[in-house]
Design a protein around this ligand. Structure first.
Ligand SMILES: Nc1ncnc2c1ncn2[C@@H]1O[C@H](COP(=O)(O)OP(=O)(O)OP(=O)(O)O)[C@@H](O)[C@H]1O
Ligand SMILES: [Mg+2]
Length: 273
């Protein structure tokens, strides 16, 4: 399992026009489930692309298990940090679903039964097991998104990074992604997901990091990040707290970021009377 540390990270895109990451410090431990949120253009994708070496820092560093990512080869990093792209069409290239999912683990040296099992598990977890021979381009957009997830999941990397995994998913798809996140983290691996879905962030992650203009403005458990005291900061990056948090606050229950915590507060209030 792997420790990740981002230290004083700055990323300026070409010609110095955009300071997309403007001094980020972040430590992520094994088994952590972290949601990364913030308005469009706040730097979420830029930040996560540093974790597997797709982008190199303008200044600052990213340490993967104590070693500077710049000193690791792309292959070494790929074995440690799996990144599922925001746009699956930039990731998918194989002629069938199964071949697509096989590619990553095969590259990491999986073969025989181990390769088969890794691919089968990833296809099952994403609900694509009946589509193994389908051409990825014959899948709908939401299933292509799940295929991109399956192909990285099959690599069993100690760190799994998902860039907006629930976009376009119906509630069943969102639940599926949530189950995968929990299951991966419960095996001691780290999961980081960029998301615009506040409910998904609150329900599925134990830590929420909020970016605004390339800087972290909030970092804590959903109970703190979605509590009323944080709403002004959230709104400064055009985020709305989940509905359960707003309802709980209006009813005087304090911080209830998830449907479950709201229901528990309501039930508790019922028995008190
Ligand atoms: N390849 C690039 N070249 C130049 N500027 C870029 C590039 N990619 C992103 N940017 C700029 O960097 C900033 C951060 O972009 P980034 O894609 O990291 O944001 P994001 O939080 O992932 O946004 P979204 O929610 O829309 O996916 C934005 O101002 C964006 O326009
Ligand atoms: Mg993005």
């Amino acid at each position: 399992m792997v420790e990740l540390a981002v230290e004083s990270l700055v990323h300026v895109y070409r010609q110095g026009q955009v300071r997309a990451i403007d001094g980020v410090d972040l430590h992520l431990g094994p088994g952590e489930r972290v949601a990364l949120i913030g308005q469009n253009g706040s730097g979420k994708t830029t930040l996560v692309r540093h974790l597997n070496g797709l982008l190199r820092p303008t200044s600052g560093r990213v340490l993967v298990d104590g070693t500077d990512a710049v000193q690791q080869t792309v292959a070494q990093l790929a074995a440690r940090v799996g990144l599922v792209f925001q746009d699956p069409d930039r990731q998918i290239f194989a002629a069938t679903v199964r071949r697509e999912v096989e590619f990553g683990p095969r590259n990491l040296g999986f073969s025989g039964d181990r390769l088969r099992a890794a691919v089968d598990d990833a296809l099952r977890a994403t609900g694509l097991d009946a589509e193994q021979r389908t051409n990825p381009y014959d899948l709908g957009a939401s299933r292509r998104k799940l295929l991109a997830l399956a192909s990285v999941l099959a690599m069993s990397t100690p760190v799994l990074v998902l860039d907006e995994p629930t976009t376009g998913q119906d509630p069943r798809g969102v639940e599926r992604v949530g189950r995968i996140v929990r299951s991966v983290a419960s095996s001691g691996r780290t999961v980081i997901a960029v998301t615009h879905d506040m409910r998904f962030a609150a329900e599925t992650f134990e830590r929420v990091v909020v970016l605004r203009a390339g800087r972290i403005i909030l970092d804590g458990p959903p109970t703190a990040v979605f509590a009323a005291a944080s709403w002004e900061a959230l709104r400064s990056t055009f985020l709305e707290p989940p509905a359960a948090a707003v309802v709980g606050d209006r009813l005087g229950f304090g911080s209830t970021p998830t449907d479950a915590t709201l229901v528990a507060a309501l039930a508790g209030a019922g028995t008190d009377q």
